[in-house]
Write a new protein. Structure first.
Lengths: 502, 445
């Protein structure tokens, strides 16, 4: 259960940032591309707009020039017919007029000779009322609005002081706009010229649905109140942007690949650890069975001897009973350890932290093991003399740690013949032996559950692989720490420290 | 020719009208009454008629035709199929001396066939058949592109014509009747006439008729796409039979007569001279203008020249500028019976029909504004006008038909105004009347 949730957490820890990163990266790329494309779209659109403006201006200028030429061709004091002829023959002249200071409009004749002239006089009534005081020999053009309809009217002063002018035929240059637009749009753009109310006047293609134009320009220099909307369908400078987008995509791809590779490696490692743990568990089960079986066999044997009356004398009987007692204690320790381990694994161990004399607790625990140590042919040196060392500890936990450490030394360092137990000046509990010591690479791993470092050594001695793991967990559970080091002059040294002091 | 000549002889004999015929185009000047009541001022109506002889097919001028097709989404189905067929038929009727171009428009115009001589008909037809409908209706753009194609061969052909087909409202580009009318006027100055074919009941008849009117083209209303082929054919018949181009008519008036208005046609009245420009005259066709004059009193027994017309035109067959003239005279009498007897029935009839057409236009305007009562009133006046005029000139088949039509038109008005179909018929009829269009007139069902 615990393992599995670890994996889930690991996978989640891997997947969530990967996904977040991928999302952020994709978002950044999209933004990047959108930004680049918007910037280049604006640039391209501006280029297109300048073409359109120039093209339109050229159309309008051509029309104005043609009208100016036509007006200039009539004499200063033309007959009405000559002016009528201008609008009759000149494609760019919609209406011609002549205005004389003091008399007002003298052509078109009063009320106009045609319907069109009547409308013309109505359209420009304010212009004619205002007069042409500023008129010069140079042609002056003015844009004129009737509702939303745009027209241009221009005039010049003639030799006799009268003013002759013309109204431009707006549709003449409007008819030239579609080809200007198509030329400017090419294949990469859709253009739309809009009137004052946003209606489409001209467009070069199907306007992209639900897409705002990349840019909107006022065409006021050429056509007041008209705007040009530009959509880009294909960028002009595609290579540069393409490279940027490609680089960004490759970067994100690489990062994602690395993330997944890292994830895969972690999964493989996790699987390997899992396998190792399951192997360790198997060996744990066989160890524990062995550990249980050995004392049980001894106890059964002794008990049978006693019950069958095969003990020859009291001394022998005493010895049998002693074995039964010792092996029972060993069984009890083992069962305690297994139970403790279970509790620790499930975080159910409760600590009863009280202020206590560390020296006293250590002495009691060590002394309880003296006979066992000595039975194993070892010497137990306990150095706890001096002032009491008061610490906030769980007495049982400290006691169990000391027992486990001594038990560990008895099991694996019997050849060292001596176990030193002391509480040092810093208030740390030290259990040291003169055994083979623990190789540097294993010094942390000995605290892992089920871990037994050297197979040859482990084969010689029995053990569950739980003692040190339990000891460290207990130490950490109290807020302390348990570490292993090399002892000067050979052997192993375990040190239980309580960081906080008093 | 013979008819015209006979007419001329009769007129000369009556001393009421003098006409000359020359090289295919003739001009007649006819007052409504050739005898006027003496010592009495009043209105006089003068009809000036231009007539062109039929053109022999072998002798026809070359044509520069641009077919401009609406390919907007609404043309989907049978409409585009029939339009393509009609366009192909038009191409088939042209020959290597002619120029054709085809433009299709939706959001924008696309030149399907750039202006070229009609040599490889099959290839051209194949391109027309590939036109599929899509998008919206950039009518102005389409006509402009068609006109641009025509201008590529400017001066190479005697007759330039845009044939515009639309089934919808122009919704892209300049799209008011006024703007399209201006464009028509502009094209007229460049010698291009635009004939418009409105298909179905959704197109904008005001815009289409104005475009034709200002450029002196024909106008058609085709309710069912099956009729497209016939209309294209009729139009092409006109185009191929053009007998005069760049027609300019100037009418000056005799002492005591002052022109005040033109009936049906728009023209210039300046310094007592009426001038009218026409893009072309078709062979076998008569076009006329009716001028309303203020007439000063005259003394018994005297004769006066009422008007003198001068027509200048270009004969497309030899590309020479030519001129014909016509003069009309009146005499004065105190005998009102003689006055009544001198009535020129055709002048009075055409005047009535044109007045009716003008009133129909007015009625449509009123109906558009929601003034249905006033509109209906005008249509009834049309009816009674046609009936009353028959009281003056006697029973007349044309006026009777007109009276029937006016009755039908006024009954076609419902609470929401005229139906779209009726409105299109009325608009096109009045245009065809005022323009004296001779082919494929709208017949009211």
């Amino acid at each position: 259960m615990k393992r599995r949730s670890h994996i889930s957490v690991a996978v989640a820890m891997l997947a969530v940032p990967t996904l977040i990163f991928a999302w952020v990266a994709a978002e950044m790329i999209a933004n990047d591309i959108a930004f680049l494309s918007a910037r280049s779209a604006e640039k391209d659109a501006a280029l297109v707009e300048s073409r359109v403006s120039a093209g339109f201006a050229a159309c309008v200028d051509r029309a104005k020039h043609a009208a100016e030429t036509a007006v200039a061709s009539v004499s200063a004091n033309p007959a009405a017919d000559a002016l009528a002829e201008l609008s009759r023959r000149e494609p760019y002249v919609r209406n011609a007029f002549r205005w004389v200071q003091g008399r007002g409009v003298v052509y078109p004749v009063e009320r106009g000779a045609t319907q069109e002239e009547r409308r013309f006089l109505g359209r420009y009534v304010t212009l004619f009322e205002e007069g042409f005081r500023d008129a010069s020999r140079e042609f002056t053009w003015k844009s004129w609005f009737e509702g939303d309809r745009l027209s241009f009217v221009g005039w010049r002063k003639t030799a006799d002081g009268s003013v002759i002018g013309a109204e431009l035929e707006t549709v003449a240059f409007l008819a030239e706009f579609p080809s200007v637009l198509s030329g400017a749009a090419g294949d990469g753009f859709v253009l739309e010229v809009r009137d004052g109310s946003g209606g489409a006047l001209f467009k070069t293609g199907e306007v992209p649905e639900k897409k705002a134009p990349d840019a909107v320009f006022a065409l006021s220099s050429v056509l007041p109140h008209r705007t040009l909307a530009v959509w880009r369908t294909r960028p002009l400078g595609s290579e540069v942007e393409g490279l940027g987008a490609l680089a960004a995509t490759v970067a994100v791809g690489a990062v994602l690949f690395l993330l997944f590779a890292a994830g895969a490696i972690m999964l493989v490692l996790d699987a390997r650890r899992e396998r190792r743990e399951s192997e360790q568990k198997t060996s744990f089960v066989s160890n524990v069975s062995h550990e249980l079986k050995t004392p049980l066999t001894s106890i059964r044997l002794c008990a049978e001897m006693l019950s069958e009356g095969r003990a020859k004398d009291d001394a022998a009987r005493e010895r049998y009973l002693d074995v039964i007692t010792r092996e029972s204690q060993r069984l009890a320790r083992l069962v305690d350890n297994v139970l403790d381990f279970g509790r620790l694994e499930q975080n159910r161990r409760k600590y009863d932290i009280v202020e206590a004399d560390l020296r006293e607790v250590v002495r009691d625990a060590a002394e309880s093991q003296r006979s066992r140590v000595e039975d194993a042919g070892m010497e137990l040196a306990v150095d706890v003399a001096g002032e009491p060392v008061m610490r906030r500890i769980d007495r049982d936990a400290v006691s169990q740690i000391v027992v486990n450490l001594i038990d560990n030394a008895v099991k694996y360092a019997a050849e060292g013949r001596r176990i030193d137990v002391k509480v040092d000046a810093d208030g740390a509990v030290v259990v040291a032996d003169r055994g083979p010591g623990i190789p540097k690479r294993d010094r942390e791993r000995v605290f892992e559950r089920f871990y037994r470092c050297d197979d040859s050594l482990a084969a010689k001695s029995s053990g569950s692989g739980l003692g040190l793991s339990i000891a460290r967990r207990l130490a950490e559970g109290m807020g302390g720490s348990l570490a292993c080091a090399e002892r000067d002059g050979g052997g192993a040294e375990f040190k239980l420290s309580f960081g906080g002091g008093r | 020719m013979k008819n015209t000549f006979t007419g001329f002889m009769l007129a000369a004999a009556a001393a009421a009208m003098v006409g000359t015929t020359l090289a295919g185009v003739s001009c007649r000047v006819e007052p409504d009454y050739s005898v006027r009541l003496a010592d009495k001022a009043g209105d006089a109506y003068v009809k000036v008629t231009l007539a062109a002889d039929k053109v022999a097919a072998a002798n026809r001028p070359s044509v520069n035709l641009s077919i401009v097709l609406d390919r907007s989404g609404s043309m989907h189905g049978d409409k585009i199929v029939k339009a393509r067929e009609a366009a192909c038929e038009a191409i088939n009727r042209l020959d290597a001396n002619d120029i054709v171009s085809v433009v299709a428009y939706d959001n924008r115009s696309e030149v399907i066939i750039p202006a070229q001589h009609v040599t490889e008909k099959e290839a051209l037809v194949a391109r027309v058949k590939a036109i599929e409908p899509r998008g919206s209706t950039a009518l102005f753009d389409g006509v402009a592109a068609g006109a641009a194609e025509l201008k590529k061969f400017k001066g190479k052909c005697e007759i330039s014509r845009v044939l515009l087909l639309s089934d919808g409202q122009a919704n892209v580009g300049p799209s008011s009747a006024e703007e399209l009318g201006r464009y028509g006027a502009l094209l007229m100055k460049e010698g291009i006439a635009v004939s418009t074919v409105g298909l179905g009941v959704d197109y904008n008849e005001d815009l289409m008729t104005r475009l034709s009117q200002k450029s002196d083209g024909n106008s058609y209303f085709v309710e069912k796409s099956d009729d497209l082929m016939r209309v294209f054919s009729a139009e092409l018949g006109d185009v191929l039979s053009v007998a005069a181009t760049k027609v300019a008519l100037k009418v000056s008036f005799g002492v005591g007569f002052t022109p005040v208005a033109l009936i049906g046609r728009d023209g210039r009245i300046l310094d007592g001279v009426v001038s009218i420009d026409l893009n072309q005259l078709y062979g076998g066709q008569e076009k006329y203008v009716i001028v309303k004059c203020d007439a000063a009193p005259g003394s018994v027994g005297s004769a006066r020249e009422i008007a003198k017309a001068e027509v200048s035109y270009v004969d497309p067959r030899d590309e020479k500028s030519k001129t014909v003239t016509g003069v009309g005279t009146v005499t004065y009498s105190s005998d009102s019976a003689a006055v009544a007897a001198s009535v020129n029935k055709s002048v009075v009839r055409e005047r009535a029909l044109n007045e009716n057409a003008m009133r129909t236009e007015e009625a449509l305007k009123l109906a558009d504004r929601g003034e249905f009562k006033a509109a209906e009133e005008l249509m009834r006046r049309n009816y009674s006008n046609s009936m009353e005029v028959q009281g003056v000139i006697g029973r007349d088949a044309l006026l009777e038909a007109d009276a029937d039509m006016q009755m039908l038109n006024s009954s076609n008005m419902n609470s929401a105004g005229y139906s779209r179909s009726a409105r299109k018929s009325m608009r096109t009829q009045s245009y065809q009347m005022m323009n004296q269009q001779q082919n494929e007139k709208v017949k009211f069902k």
